[in-house]
Each structure stands twice: as structure tokens, then as C-alpha cells.
Design a protein around this ligand. Structure first.
Ligand code: MRU
Length: 345
């Protein structure tokens, strides 16, 4: 598989996810504005990966224009691209702070070093949280997931999908299987998760989003696991629209509902879910699918890209530093202060 993101000298190479699985086209981006535009149109997506992309975007910007004005302007452009995933602003703030601390003569080198550190840490987080998540879900075989949370959405193997991949590796006879929600409107499940599951060799079936609750109620799912775009201090979690409904169905059926993500997705400055800004995207994403008009051309549309699952409906939050089960305010604060080490190899 082509790497979803790679730094090559003065260019950031991005696999254009809007064209998958049909075509593997690599974009060459050189400025913060180009990276911001790629993030906005979801050519690169997934909370952790847009953080890494934005970090490199800012580093490239100051490599070509090594002054504080370019740093600040680039940081603003990147942060404005998408509001919900906190990893974006978190990564931009880290690169900006490292560059400013290094001073005018070392601005560009410090920005690049910080971007590389963010990328490396995200990959290590993916490995560790996969191990923690597989420990927590040991014995669960029929897993339902939503959106795309694999190698296309974060460094390494991803978040929720990395947990599933680790569970699958630990099951001696290939017992783990996945129901992948298609994830309208942009079909990250149908286009991206299915493609990754094929590459991983994990048995799976694609389902329409509307089929999920009924299949859960019929006892066909052992656990639901999803990624996250922002976890508030009290555990309320924003993730791809439709996640909240899955949590209600999981609770009604008495099965675990698990959220997985690196600690860069936890936002201690947001006290609860009410404070999370939900991105509203253009109506044509709902009116059209694969370029085909599905409805009346000018029908009014609402297109929130995310929803918030209350902490009370989340059985466990899986991070690289361990599992908060349930994700109480205190347990999340502990995770933020813990050292990240996998429970098992
Ligand atoms: O709009 P997207 O495709 O960026 O949304 C992605 C999700 O909602 C993922 O579940 C989340 O970012 C976690 S990805 C590891």
C-alpha cells in the first residue's frame, strides 16, 4: 500500500483518499495553504493523521519562509481547515511553540524536528494502544466499526482498526471478523476501511449504516469499537456522525462500546461534549454519492460531520497509556499523566 503521508525533502506526499479505492494518486504539497486545502477536502483525513499532516505543512511553510510572520500565518490557515479533531490544533501549536522557542535562526530546523517527533510519537501510540485495546477486548470476535480508523487515518496501523488488527493477530484460527459501516456521506467505511481490511486479510462484511442497530440487537456483534476526533475532559467523545447511535444500540444490547485514540485526541481544555465544535460540511456531500445526484438538486441539507457520544455510554477509552474503563474525568486525567507502555508485546 502507498504510504498515506510521507515527507520527501521540500514536499509532503499525500495519498489522495478521496480517490480510493479506485485510484492511488499521490499529491505533492509544498505550503501550509496546500496542506490546509488537502485537509479540508479530506484528501488526508482522520484525526491523528491531519495532526501529522498539519505539523509537516507548517514545517514546510517556514522552511521556505523562515520568519515568525509565515509561522503565524501558516498556523492560522492550518487550524482553520477543520474544527472538530483537536489533534490538528494540538500539532500546530506544538510545532509553532517549538519554532518560537528556538528563535529566528533556528525556526525552520526546530519546526521540522517537532513535526518529525509528532509523527514518530503517533506511530508508537498506535502500536501501544492496539495492544491495550486487544487486551481489553480479548475473546471478542465479531466486531462492528464505523468510519475509517486504520493506517489511512493515523500513523502506524491506526486506532480502532489497529486494535481490531491486533485482536485478529492474536486469534489463532482467524475467528475475528468485522462489520464495517459504510459511513455516509463520504463512505470512509465502504471505500477505505474495506480496502484496509482486504489488505489486512481480516474477514469482513460491509453494511449500510442503517443496518447496524438491528444487527447489534439480533446478537450478531460482540463489541463496537470506534475512533475519536476529540475527547472532552469528562470523556464525552466526538467521532464520525453515526457513532452516537451505535453507542445507544450497544448499550441496549449490553455489549461493550469502546473508543480508541492517542492521547493527542484528549482535550483537557474542553470540559464536556457541549463545548466541542461540530464541523458542518457542504450539502453536496449528502446530495451526491460517487458523483451521482441522489435527490432533488437544491434540497436543503444538514451535514454535521461528527456527533458526540456521552461518556456514560462508553465502556472504555483505549489510549497508548492504557485503558480508562469507564472514561471518568479522573481516569482520563490519570491517562494524561501516565507513561505510555503497552501491557503486552
Ligand atoms: O471526517 P474524517 O474522515 O476525518 O473522520 C474521521 C473519524 O471520524 C475517525 O473515526 C477519527 O478521526 C479517528 S481516526 C483514527
Amino acid at each position: 500500500m502507498t504510504a498515506p503521508l510521507e515527507l520527501a525533502g521540500d514536499r509532503l506526499l499525500i495519498l489522495d483518499q478521496t480517490l480510493l479505492p479506485g485510484q492511488e494518486v499521490v499529491l505533492e504539497l509544498r505550503t501550509a495553504d496546500e496542506v490546509a486545502a488537502a485537509i479540508l477536502r479530506l484528501a488526508v483525513r482522520g484525526a491523528p493523521l491531519i495532526g501529522v499532516a498539519a505539523a509537516y505543512g507548517l514545517a514546510l511553510e517556514v522552511a521556505s519562509q523562515p520568519d515568525v510572520e509565515s509561522l503565524e500565518r501558516g498556523a492560522r490557515a492550518l487550524c482553520a481547515a477543520r474544527p472538530t479533531a483537536v489533534n490538528l490544533a494540538w500539532a500546530v501549536d506544538r510545532v509553532r511553540a517549538a519554532a518560537l522557542a528556538a528563535g529566528a535562526d533556528n525556526l525552520a530546523a526546530a519546526a521540522l524536528a517537532e513535526a518529525v517527533a509528532i509523527h514518530t510519537e503517533d506511530e508508537a501510540a498506535s502500536r501501544a494502544l492496539a495492544a491495550h485495546g486487544a487486551d481489553y477486548l480479548a475473546g471478542k470476535q465479531r466486531i462492528l466499526t464505523v468510519c475509517n480508523t486504520g493506517a489511512l487515518a493515523a500513523s502506524g496501523e491506526g486506532t480502532a482498526l489497529a486494535v481490531i488488527a491486533e485482536l485478529a493477530r492474536r486469534s489463532p484460527h482467524g475467528e475475528v471478523s468485522v462489520l464495517a459501516c459504510e459511513t455516509r456521506p463520504l463512505l470512509q467505511g465502504a471505500r477505505l476501511t474495506v480496502w484496509e481490511l482486504v489488505n489486512l486479510g481480516i474477514p469482513h462484511a460491509l453494511i449500510a449504516d442503517g443496518a447496524a442497530a438491528g444487527l447489534i440487537a439480533r446478537g450478531e456483534v460482540d463489541a463496537v469499537i470506534a475512533g475519536c476526533d476529540r475527547v472532552a475532559a469528562n470523556g464525552d467523545t466526538a467521532n464520525k456522525v453515526g457513532t452516537y447511535g451505535l453507542s445507544l444500540a450497544a448499550q441496549a444490547a449490553g455489549i461493550p462500546f469502546v473508543i480508541a485514540g492517542p492521547r493527542s485526541t484528549i482535550d483537557p481544555a474542553t470540559p464536556d461534549g457541549a463545548g466541542i465544535e461540530i464541523e458542518e460540511r457542504g450539502g453536496d456531500e449528502v446530495r451526491y454519492a460517487g458523483g451521482a445526484l441522489l435527490t432533488i438538486a437544491d434540497v436543503p441539507v444538514r451535514n454535521p460531520a461528527f456527533d458526540v457520544t456521552p461518556a456514560a455510554l462508553i465502556s472504555a477509552l483505549v489510549t497508548e497509556a492504557g485503558v480508562a474503563a469507564p472514561p471518568s474525568r479522573a481516569a482520563i486525567a490519570d491517562l494524561l499523566h501516565a507513561t505510555a507502555t503497552p501491557l503486552s508485546a
